[in-house]
Design a protein around this ligand. Sequence first.
Ligand SMILES: [Fe+2]
Ligand SMILES: [Fe+2]
Length: 358
Amino acid sequence: MVTTVKKPEFEELRPGVKAPAKENLLTPRFYTTDFDAIAEMDLAPNEDELRAILEEFRADYNQKHFVRDEEFNQSWDHIDGETRRLFVEFLERSCTAEFSGFLLYKELGRRLKNRNPLLAECFTLMSRDEARHAGFLNKAMSDFKLSLDLGFLTKNHKYTFFKPKFIFYATYLSEKIGYWRYITIYRHLEAHPEDRIYPIFRFFENWCQDENRHGDFFDAVMRAAPETLNDWKAKLWCRFFLLSVFATMYLNDIQRKDFYASLGLDAREYDKYVIEKTNDTAGRVFPVVLDVSKPEFYERLETCIQNNEKLSAIANSNTPKVLQFAQKLPYYLSNGWQGLKLYFMKPIDVTTTHGVAR
Ligand SMILES: [Fe+2]
Ligand SMILES: [Fe+2]
């Protein structure tokens, strides 16, 4: 059959199985942690809330949600060219991020089973949710005639070790930012159904509630261990994690602004909204949040975007590698400088408003 569809080329492990995207600072991470330390946590300071969250997880509100309906059963060849490439990339990145949650939670559930049954069951039930999310996204990739080999990913992805409190900050933020990302896309497409070019976005409304509950779980875990929230180190680390999560998302999304444009979204506006909302949400539990309303915040991120464009232009040029390094150096230094300046921007202390507007 002769086809006129412009299909982007993807590197494949085997026919139909996409080679995972190359890992770098901006790709989703896989985590491992000190399981013994988490097993030994004393949850007494917030046990009631954790038990209430466990009951929510057990209720399994989305048990019947992730079922592909007939709208998926059609050809998606009209999503072609660059849009198709960005679409597949979006599905892959989302699937990898969901799957990374699955692996971490599954392992925590397994290792804590006999030592900390309350946390263990919560983690196991969250891994159930993430497995559904990742599976649903991977199935969506197959509509574009590709899929990810999640077993291969499990064995070959690099794992980053984080101490438990860093796992809590990072996963709390990724769950909450995940919630705001999904719900914002959902609401936009609800208002502009003509932009809903693929059915998966219809599922985001209930889906994001899973992420919201997962985030609430980590909120409750941190409250059970107040030392993760109430000293000067907690303030410094919360700032660090807020900044890295926001900056990573912004740099990634602006690079892929055409994907958001294909949904009728302006990537910059979308990201600024998601960052503002996540920052506000984080202020309910973190002792500090970032002052993202200062123009300086986005000005510096924009400088990093320009630097990254220059860096990739150099990397794609024919200049010998040794000279490339010299050409790249000033942009690396500038990125580092912007990062430092962003980190040292005056944060907003929110400890006084805790408990006021939850
Ligand atoms: Fe998820
Ligand atoms: Fe989640």
